[in-house]
Design a protein around this ligand. Structure first.
Ligand code: ATP
Ligand code: MG
Length: 261
């Protein structure tokens, strides 16, 4: 039976979909079978981040409304035979997905995978609650910006009220130069402010912006951070990507200066 993990956030655009796709592919690369479910109905883009957008035939609504079997809607990701995508509904008007049917669909999928990762819309509205109700673990994504932190705090409160007990945070888009220079909160400070353990730290890396998941260069900082994140999720560890090492010492100081020119 799969672990059902929802990736969520208070503020939009903090990197949920990118993190979910990359985490899924890292888990798949170590032999785990992974189903990526796009439960961001309407403003979905997990199919694009996984480069599956031209392969979509059926979607979540087709499964729920009986036009296909769930396995017919799954798309095997090009870069990994262990990762499958269940695409979101094609059009914004078709957002009426009953929560119990989504739950049923995800529980059914969970019997065939090691992990079901659920992409969730930002915020704490009805669509968020729908996506959360299908999961038994949550990863809350935040960036180091104060507005994102405040919204993450609200999501954490909401998750507590919904009795989701296994909750961790991922701090995304960390700028080592700013943390070392004392200009941004460190992930550890964020962890303590939100009173929630860290599952991972991902640096701000242009490669995430430039590449689809699965095409990230293995020597990129983000790739290394996703690998650590996947290991933490797998083994319930708290190893943190070393976001500061390039910016410490004499040469690090020069790098910081150059970055902030
Ligand atoms: N670590 C990172 N470094 C650089 N760019 C990033 C990083 N993480 C995400 N991004 C970029 O930020 C943008 C938003 O990411 P993404 O769509 O994954 O966020 P989201 O939380 O799913 O958004 P939404 O709330 O709209 O669903 C994308 O352009 C993505 O490439
Ligand atoms: Mg998204």
């Amino acid at each position: 039976m799969a672990r059902k993990i929802v990736i969520t956030s208070g503020k939009g655009g903090v990197g949920k979909t990118s993190l979910l796709a990359n985490l899924g592919l890292r888990l798949a690369s170590v032999g785990k079978s992974v189903c990526l479910v796009d439960a961001d109905f309407g403003l979905n883009n997990l199919d694009m981040v996984t480069a599956c957008e031209n392969l979509v035939t059926y979607d979540v609504a087709d499964c729920i409304e009986g036009r296909c079997r769930p396995k017919q809607a799954l798309i095997q990701c090009k870069v990994s035979k262990n990762a499958y995508l269940l695409p979101s509904v094609h059009t914004f008007s078709r957002t009426e997905i009953p929560p119990d049917r989504l739950n049923q669909l995800i529980s059914g999928l969970a019997t065939s995978f090691d992990f079901v990762l659920i992409d969730c819309p930002a915020g704490v509205g009805e669509e968020f609650k729908k996506a959360i109700s299908s999961a038994d673990e949550a990863l809350v994504v935040t960036t180091p910006h104060l507005s994102a932190l405040r919204d993450a705090d609200k999501v954490l409160a909401s998750l507590r009220s919904m009795k989701i007990e296994k909750v961790k945070i991922i701090v995304n888009r960390v700028r080592g130069d700013l943390v070392v220079g004392g200009l941004a909160l460190s992930p550890e400070e964020i962890e303590s402010a939100l009173c929630t353990p860290l599952a991972g730290v991902v640096p701000d890396d242009d490669q995430v912006f430039l590449c689809n998941a699965g095409e990230l260069p293995p020597d990129s900082k983000a790739f290394k951070a996703f690998k650590i994140l996947a290991n933490n999720v797998l083994f319930n560890k708290r190893k943190i990507f070393d976001y500061s090492k390039d910016y410490l010492g004499f040469w690090g100081g020069i790098k910081r200066g150059l970055k902030n020119l």
